[in-house]
Design a protein around this ligand. Structure first.
Ligand code: HEC
Length: 188
């Protein structure tokens, strides 16, 4: 059974209702305030469990001194668990899998999502390059928006647009109640 699909992702995005950030904005560490101020400056809203751009797509928040929103932090960890082995540390690529920090300079969210769900296989000069399909893997799918957000932050750095440099972020926002609930529901 394929429960995760591009269509589902689009429907979820379309149905995303603005989640009140008010209660959430008051809690937690000093980093929360820094990250939330940067989100405001960037004009992104905390909607449906994460920061999103005006098109409703997941988007990273990275402060001047490289503190990040929860999703980027979670994505950083998940990327290094699940993607790093082929795509290299810091999304910089390897001899057989592309640098995703470069891919996301031009690849849109839907394309990225579709490739991770369905996989990709190319024969180049007799060599098979295989990107596995992760559509049935909850450990990936429940956190794919987070992984996307992390790689997007890396790609913005590659473009000189204030994204995340290689390595660990300098700090992070706390997880929101909404994100915690979503993860629990998704993992089941
Ligand atoms: C077993 C190795 C392997 C793992 C693990 C892996 N990938 Fe891939 N991935 C590949 C290969 C190889 C390609 C290139 C296929 C080709 O040559 O077109 C690829 C391509 C991609 C592409 C398309 C990039 C482009 O520019 O065309 C995306 C997006 C992607 N992978 C995302 C991910 C994410 C996210 C993860 C972790 C959840 C991941 N991959 C884990 C091997 C892997």
């Amino acid at each position: 059974m394929k429960i995760y699909s591009k269509t589902l992702a689009a429907a979820v995005m379309a149905a995303a209702v603005s989640f009140s950030g008010a209660a959430w904005a008051q809690q937690g560490s000093p980093e929360n305030a820094e990250v939330q101020a940067k989100a405001k400056e960037d004009g992104v809203t905390f909607t449906d469990a994460r920061y999103r751009n005006k098109d409703g797509q997941p988007t990273p928040v990275v402060t001047k001194d490289y503190k990040v929103d929860w999703a980027v932090w979670q994505g950083f960890r998940r990327y290094h668990d699940a993607c790093h082995v082929c795509h290299g540390p810091n999304a910089l690529g390897s001899t057989f899998a592309p640098a995703l920090a470069d891919s996301l300079k031009t690849m849109d969210y839907e394309t990225f999502f579709g490739i991770v769900v369905g996989g990709k296989r190319e024969n180049r000069g007799g060599t098979e390059f295989v990107m596995p399909a992760f559509g049935e893997d909850k450990n990936i799918m429940c956190y794919l928006d987070d992984i996307y957000t992390y790689i997007k932050a890396r790609s913005l750095n590659a473009e000189g647009k204030g994204g995340l440099p290689p390595g660990r972020p300098n700090g992070r926002e706390d997880i929101s109640d909404e994100a915690k609930k979503r993860a629990a529901e998704c993992e089941g």
